[in-house]
Design a protein around this ligand. Structure first.
Ligand code: FES
Ligand code: FES
Length: 185
């Protein structure tokens, strides 16, 4: 259970932080002991990330900070000062699911869904580093996330599908860029 760091009876001196969250500039006063996971959920309403173990073990609280995934239960909000944060809420594009979210949906890579946002964020980093991962690379890339429901097979399938979607999108963007250059010529 998270400590309510906003309880007035336990008020501590605060520090101002300024950061970007899902493309939005945010300035906030936070207590030094406030965890990033609590800040994002309780103060920013970003409930996509989940708080499971609070010990850095389950990966349910995974978010991206300056293009590296972190377990937000292990980071203090003050440590995110001047960073660029992305949570699962920042992935969809005007209502269109991100290719990774679409793949998880189509392969039914979840049951209760508690772990899913963490897996999606870990998959995003994996595919950014390894666009066409082997089975071994997928297992390794997702090793810091725990799912208690699915048995993992559909998650691995979804990652392979997401890799195909991501590659197809990159190819399409490349073709559009070439067409734009031809039109400008
Ligand atoms: S809640 Fe952060 S790793 Fe489990
Ligand atoms: S879907 Fe339930 S914990 Fe992963």
């Amino acid at each position: 259970m998270s400590t309510d760091a906003t309880d007035p009876s336990t008020e501590q001196p605060t520090r101002e932080i300024s950061l970007t969250i899902n493309g939005e500039d945010v300035v906030a006063d936070v207590e030094p002991r406030l965890k990033l996971s609590d800040f994002l959920r309780d103060r920013r309403g970003l409930y996509g990330l989940r708080i499971g173990c609070e010990h850095g073990v389950c990966g349910a609280c995974t978010v991206s900070m300056d293009d590296r995934i972190v377990k937000s239960c292990l980071v203090y909000a003050v440590q995110a000062d001047r960073s660029d944060l992305v949570t699962v809420e920042g992935l969809a594009d005007e209502g269109d699911l991100h290719p990774i979210q679409r793949a998880y949906h189509e392969d039914h890579a979840l049951q209760c869904g508690f772990c899913t946002s963490g897996f999606v964020m870990a998959t995003r980093e994996l595919l950014a580093e390894t666009p066409d991962p082997s089975d071994e690379a997928i297992e390794k890339g997702l090793a810091d996330n725990i799912c208690r429901c699915t048995g993992y097979q559909n998650i691995y399938k979804a990652v392979r599908r997401a890799a195909d979607y991501t590659q197809a999108r990159a190819d399409e963007e490349g073709r559009m860029g070439e067409r734009d250059q031809e039109d400008d010529a």
